[in-house]
Write a new protein. Structure first.
Ligand code: FAD
Length: 292
């Protein structure tokens, strides 16, 4: 079996990339071009998301297996509780083990009717990510990571409740956390401070989503339930009408955020790549990170 992510995180700054399973053949070809291109940056690990209700189950397992077998990169598979019984989740974890995957990001998932609608536990299923963490840890020698939220999860009543949940995930066996996208280094610093005060000791890796189009600003707000800060929107909107200038402004904003996070002591950076290599490669170059 390959390395465990928590051990890689303990060795020094971690740079990781996230991908989603494509729907069609063209998307698959594009994903593999991106993976091969980003492989040159020698990421610490790469992760593959899990679609709602198990819709990507076989593709998530297939892609992580192929990354493990055919590339030099360490894969991690995401898994959610959406629409699954415990038995189904157990079977997915067994399939991952069979594919040689030992790193899992355990998530509850968003409600089936969409982010922000009420959560409904599937019959025979699980209600909280912490329960999935415990299930995966019981099933074998997996490293398990979880989600964390710099501005609090949209369903959490208070920020204290939100970090109590992160602590519960740690107690259930989570060994690291990756955050939702955010745009101000101070939001990450506040999460880390709250988490430490609550007794969280696992590394919390900030998640970075470079904005490369104006449409993405709206989409991000819909997904997280949080507005992109006005200061960020205005820097990008100033370039409206010039797609390349919009992209450059987005990369500059993300690069500055990454610099602040690293100088504030973040254990690494996790990039939401959207299956493209360009933005991540450009931020890497701006940060003068070692390549190859
Ligand atoms: P939980 O930790 O279970 O929290 C969900 C809600 O329940 C929170 O409001 C929490 O405060 C509350 N809660 C938890 N435990 C308790 C308790 N004991 N008592 C009371 N309230 C409680 N989604 C996908 O579908 N596929 C993916 O691959 C995917 N990858 C992601 C990767 C990252 C890095 C991140 C940050 C998110 C990802 N998501 C993914 C989205 C995620 O599934 C949603 O944000 C989801 O709404 C919350 O998941 P969670 O694991 O944080 O849930």
């Amino acid at each position: 079996p390959g390395p465990r992510v928590p051990e890689l995180l303990a060795q020094g700054l971690s740079f990781s990339f996230e991908f989603f399973p494509p729907r069609d053949e063209a998307g698959t070809v594009a994903l593999w071009e991106t993976l091969r291109s980003l492989e040159r940056l020698q990421p610490t690990f790469v992760s593959v998301t899990y679609g709602a209700g198990g819709s990507t189950r076989d593709r998530t397992i297939g892609i992580t297996r192929k990354i493990a077998v055919e590339t030099t990169m360490v894969p991690m598979a995401h898994l959610t509780c959406v629409g699954h019984t415990r038995e189904e989740m157990t079977q997915v974890v067994r399939d991952l083990a069979g594919a040689g995957i030992r790193n899992v990001l355990a998530l509850r998932g968003d409600p089936e009717a969409g982010p922000g609608t009420p959560w409904v536990t599937a019959p025979g299923g699980l209600t909280y990510a912490s329960q999935l963490v415990a299930l995966v840890r019981r099933l074998g020698d997996f490293s398990v990571g979880v989600a964390a939220f710099p501005l609090g999860h949209r369903e959490a009543a208070t920020l204290d409740d939100d970090v109590a949940v992160l602590l519960a995930k740690q107690s259930a066996g989570a060994e690291f956390a990756i955050t939702e996208m955010f745009f101000q280094a101070s939001d990450y610093a506040s999460l880390v401070e709250r988490a430490h005060a609550a007794g969280v000791t696992i590394p919390i890796v900030p998640g970075i989503m470079p904005i490369t189009s104006l449409r993405q600003v709206t989409r991000m707000a819909e997904l997280s339930g949080r507005e992109v800060p006005a200061s960020v929107v205005s820097r990008i909107a100033e370039q409206e009408g010039d797609a390349e200038a919009v992209r450059r402004a987005g990369i500059a904003v993300a690069s500055e955020l990454c610099e602040s996070l690293l100088s504030d002591g973040a254990p690494g950076l996790h990039f939401y790549t959207l299956n493209k290599s360009k933005a991540t490669s450009e931020i890497y170059a701006n940060l003068r990170l070692p390549v190859g």
